[in-house]
Design a protein around this ligand. Structure first.
Ligand code: AR6
Length: 172
């Protein structure tokens, strides 16, 4: 589908508060609830989420799995695993990060989601530089979102301004 159909928004918020069909979690490959946005999502969703993640058990970098949202406003959580920046060759980092967005969006579409919110995957403890990561995120959002509303949810105003600059650059 045409890139223009994706409705991309950048917000500065706690992703657990958003009223969307799907929120995306920046998980680890063993799907053990961790810190950062993963910790916040698990805290807000309640202990059933961690149990559902651990029942799935594994998700390699770049892939995505889905669970219910439990106590969250979101109906579903899609868990995807960014590459650890220091553990991959540069070109593999960007390929795997793009796969995270692409696979999460495909799963959201398969579950009829009309709206999906992403955190800035991989740019916290996994150490991926945010400027290029924001370009990958927006690129994949534009290419693969179909008619869904795609929200990039940044946890600081400085991160949101990096995403906005990237979106403005594309919109000319
Ligand atoms: N809402 C939105 N964004 C948030 C929130 C929140 N409530 N909390 C943090 N962020 P990180 P990663 C932002 O470290 O780099 C976990 O332990 C944060 O500021 O959460 O992919 C997992 O279990 C940053 O911009 O994810 C893995 O082991 C972004 O979310 C590991 O961390 C991602 O930071 C994954 O590391």
């Amino acid at each position: 589908m045409a890139a223009a159909l994706a409705r991309i928004e950048i917000v500065h918020a706690d992703i657990t508060t958003l009223e969307v069909d799907v929120i995306v979690n920046a998980a680890n490959s063993r799907l053990i609830p961790g810190g950062g946005v993963d910790g916040a999502i698990n805290k807000a969703a309640g202990p059933e989420l961690g149990k559902a993640m651990m029942a799935i058990g594994r998700c390699p970098a770049g892939e995505a799995v889905i669970t219910p949202g439990f106590k969250l406003k979101a109906k579903h959580v899609i868990h995807t695993v960014a590459p650890v920046y220091a553990q991959h060759r540069e070109q593999d980092v960007w390929r795997l990060l793009a796969n995270c967005y692409r696979n999460a969006l495909a799963l959201a579409v398969a579950h009829d989601a009309q709206s999906i919110a992403f955190p800035s995957l991989g740019t916290g403890v996994y150490g991926i530089p945010i400027t290029r990561a924001s370009a990958v995120a927006i690129d994949e959002g534009a290419k693969h979102a179909h008619a869904a509303r795609v929200i990039f949810c940044c946890f600081s105003e400085s991160d949101a301004s990096i995403y906005r600059a990237e979106l403005d650059r594309r919109n000319g």
